[in-house]
Design a protein around this ligand. Structure first.
Ligand SMILES: NC(=O)c1ccc[n+]([C@@H]2O[C@H](COP(=O)([O-])OP(=O)(O)OC[C@H]3O[C@@H](n4cnc5c(N)ncnc54)[C@H](OP(=O)(O)O)[C@@H]3O)[C@@H](O)[C@H]2O)c1
Length: 263
């Protein structure tokens, strides 16, 4: 079903984006994998070509940069232009400080990536999907887009924004066959918390005492959205680790359930 479909993934150099690339590759899709760290993408592309005998196009892309996005999309080789599936995955958080202690520079990065970057990439790719009458946008949101937790302020706001865009985009695309889905993960072990806190020891300690989701768990949900028949649009999937009881509550072994886990 996905054989030779072209899948464009943002943030494929790590975590869920990389796992999505592996999952789509296993089903024979052709992949455009993007992120800022081209060295990692090049290595991933080599592995995917070797193990799955598929075409992979690794491209350096900073989704905060709308000019770069348009250059990258406009200069895709002819055989890569007909993107079937866009996975808007790239995203990050910076810190978990209360707003009154937060850094406006960090806020800009989070807003420019999670919210504006997703808009820019979608704006660049969607018109060709509409023109061809085929396409599927799959946004990676978060349980942070459905709730509020201590220190979540700007990150939660960007993921609420992603949810609003997912809903509104489906309305904008009324009368077209283009599908729009959102996958909202709970706590997932990736580089996310290392980026968030710039402190590997703190990030590692965060995952102690419970079993977080793995990036592959999210990739399975993304693929589930993508393999439905054309008349089925999976609107949203939300996943928690079994040990996570609510967006701001995780139960660690031997401890009482703890709220405000991200602090
Ligand atoms: N981990 C969690 O607990 C969790 C839970 C819910 C939702 N999420 C969401 O899941 C998505 C993936 O996160 P992850 O957990 O897989 O984290 P990750 O391992 O840190 O991966 C994040 C990816 O985003 C890319 N990225 C960051 N800024 C970018 C930019 N300006 N331009 C292009 N790519 C950029 C990174 O690549 P480069 O640095 O190479 O550019 C990396 O490939 C994010 O949207 C995140 O908000 C994460």
């Amino acid at each position: 079903m996905l054989k030779n479909k072209i899948v464009f993934i943002t943030g494929a150099s790590s975590g869920m984006g990389k796992a999505c690339a592996e999952a789509f590759a296993a089903l024979g899709a052709r992949l455009i994998i993007t992120a800022r760290r081209l060295d990692r993408l090049t290595e991933l592309a080599e592995n995917l070509r070797t193990h799955h005998a598929i075409d992979v196009l690794p491209l350096a892309l900073d989704i905060q940069d709308n000019i770069m996005i348009n250059q990258v999309v406009d200069s895709l080789p002819a055989s890569w232009k007909t993107i079937d599936i866009l996975v808007n995955n790239a995203g990050l958080a910076h810190d978990t400080k209360p707003l009154q202690e937060g850094s406006p520079t960090d806020w800009d990065t989070v807003i420019d990536t999670n919210f504006k970057g997703l808009l820019y990439v979608t704006r660049a790719i969607l018109p060709s999907m509409i023109a061809r009458g085929a396409g599927h946008i799959i946004n990676i949101g978060s349980t942070a887009g459905r709730a509020y937790y201590a220190g979540g302020n700007v990150y939660c706001a960007t993921k609420h924004a992603v949810k609003a865009i997912t809903h509104c985009l489906r309305i904008d695309l009324a009368g077209t066959p283009i599908r729009v889905s959102e996958v909202d993960p709970g706590i997932t072990r990736s580089e996310f918390n290392e980026v968030r806190w710039q402190d590997k020891a703190r990030a590692d300690a965060f995952y102690e005492g419970f079993t977080p989701l793995a990036p592959e768990d999210i990739a399975r949900s993304v693929v589930f959205c993508a393999i439905q028949p054309a008349h089925v649009n999976i609107a949203e999937i939300m996943l928690f680790p079994t040990d996570q009881n609510a967006p701001s509550m995780v139960t660690r072994k031997g401890e009482m359930p703890e709220a405000g886990v991200l602090r």
